[in-house]
Design a binder for this molecule. Structure first.
Ligand code: GLU
Length: 419
């Protein structure tokens, strides 16, 4: 990155704004464009009263942020997590814009979140919360306005409840309102594993760039949810040795390779498996294990200046959103570690969400091979354009990804006469 120093006390939104500013400046856009793109165009805060199973009413806070809709409707997931904040949702919405820009999808970025602890709520309480959230944001969203999807601690069941609620409000069947749905409700083949498929393609491209073979390499995955779980499986199937995995409570390590099929079989719906074992390691230990490829697939701010120097991997591929701080990005890049940023690496999810939406709009459904072929093509193109930009401009992959990601949106804003 440039001469600028980045403080780690900045929150994810402020860190994101710094890179957006640098990317726009390098592309030759002025400060007015930065003023427009540094924050979402719209953020709605909602309060959702929910009748709990014990008869009491609990009021939850939720958000929906829409970063920019110059290119098309906004798109992005909804997370259920106790640490959701407004700034985090805003940053996540901006990252969605960048992801869609790199992948060439006709969307801007959006994101939603509810402050809650889904691991302590019953199935019916989660259903009521999902439906309550849709009622609260229904004015703002829709198949041609803003299209939600799953994110941390939400899955196809939540999408089904939300789609049903939206369809009831609008009084017509609206599968294109939300993606990541179950297959029988208009979901796409391949959507469930799409994030991990995309991460796998990014890993293969990164290994090629580094002249490294994937078969026989040692991989560590932090997180065992939708992204981390499928990824560990795909790495294992490709002949890599998965030597470490973790969930929110701790990690498992075996230098000879873990039995991934067994662990997947034993994990719960929140991706928890480590509780079943003794001798677990911490989520910090997992990051500095001896390995070739490290995949943070959990939450933000895991790789910082505190542990970047101790990381042994030669390739880091961000399956999670925002796992590495800017300072750590620089420290790792300076040491020759190839870091593939989130906005390329985990774009497989939104890419197949786009395919799902296209299929819903057409009423014509694709085979899994069709989905995989198109995903492969977009991921390879995305990787190549960011990798070339980084090499050509002699900048790190994150800044290069922001440059590629923000350009089309900035041009669309100019063409619409907004700036
Ligand atoms: N939540 C995922 C992400 O962060 C997927 C979003 C989508 O499919 O729209 O990219």
């Amino acid at each position: 990155m440039s001469v600028q120093t980045y403080s780690e006390n900045l929150n994810v939104l402020t860190q994101t704004q710094l890179v957006i500013k640098e990317a726009l400046a390098k592309l030759g856009f002025g400060s007015e464009m930065y003023e427009l793109l540094k924050e979402p165009l719209r953020v709605l805060t909602v309060r959702i009263p929910i009748r709990m199973d014990d008869g009491t009413v609990k009021v939850f806070t939720g958000y929906r942020a829409q970063h920019n809709d110059a290119v098309g409707p906004t798109k992005g997931g909804i997370r259920f997590h106790p640490e959701v904040t407004e700034d985090e949702v805003k940053a996540l919405a901006i990252w969605m814009s960048l992801k869609c820009g790199i992948a060439g999808l006709p969307y801007g970025g959006g994101k939603g979140g509810i402050i809650c602890e889904p691991r302590e709520m019953s199935f019916r309480e989660l259903e009521r919360l999902s439906r309550g959230y849709v009622r609260a944001i229904s004015q703002l969203v829709g198949p041609t306005k803003d299209i939600p999807a799953p994110d941390v601690y939400t899955n196809s069941q939540y999408m089904a409840w939300m789609m049903d609620e939206y369809s009831r409000i609008r009084e017509y069947d609206s599968p294109g309102f939300i993606t990541g749905k179950p297959l029988v409700l208009g979901g796409s083949l391949g959507r469930d594993s799409a994030t991990a498929r995309g991460v796998t393609i990014a890993i293969e491209e990164a290994a090629k760039a580094k002249g490294m073979a994937l078969a026989g390499s040692r991989v560590v995955v932090q997180g065992f949810g939708n992204a981390g779980g499928y990824l560990a499986k795909f790495m294992h199937d490709k002949g890599a040795l998965v030597v470490g995995i973790s969930d929110a409570y701790g990690g498992l390590h075996d230098p000879n390779g873990l039995d991934i099929d067994y662990l997947l079989d034993r994990r719960d719906s929140f991706g928890t498996v480590s509780k079943l074992f003794k001798n677990t390691i911490t989520n910090q230990d997992i990051l500095t294990l001896d390995c070739d490829i490290l995949v943070p697939a959990a939450i933000e701010n895991q790789i910082t200046s505190q542990n970047a120097a101790a990381i042994k991997a030669k390739i880091i591929v961000e399956a999670a959103n925002g796992p590495t701080t800017l300072q750590a990005t620089r420290m790792l890049t300076d040491r020759g570690v190839l870091l593939i940023p989130d906005i390329i690496a985990n774009a497989g999810g939104v890419i197949v969400s786009y395919f799902e939406w296209v299929q819903n709009n057409q009423g014509l459904y694709w085979t899994e091979q069709e989905v995989d072929r198109r995903l492969q093509e977009i991921m390879e193109q995305s990787f190549a354009s960011v990798y070339e930009t980084a090499k050509l401009r002699k900048i790190d992959m994150r800044l290069a990804a922001y440059m590629v990601g923000v350009r089309r949106m900035a041009e669309a804003c100019q063409l619409r006469g907004w700036v």
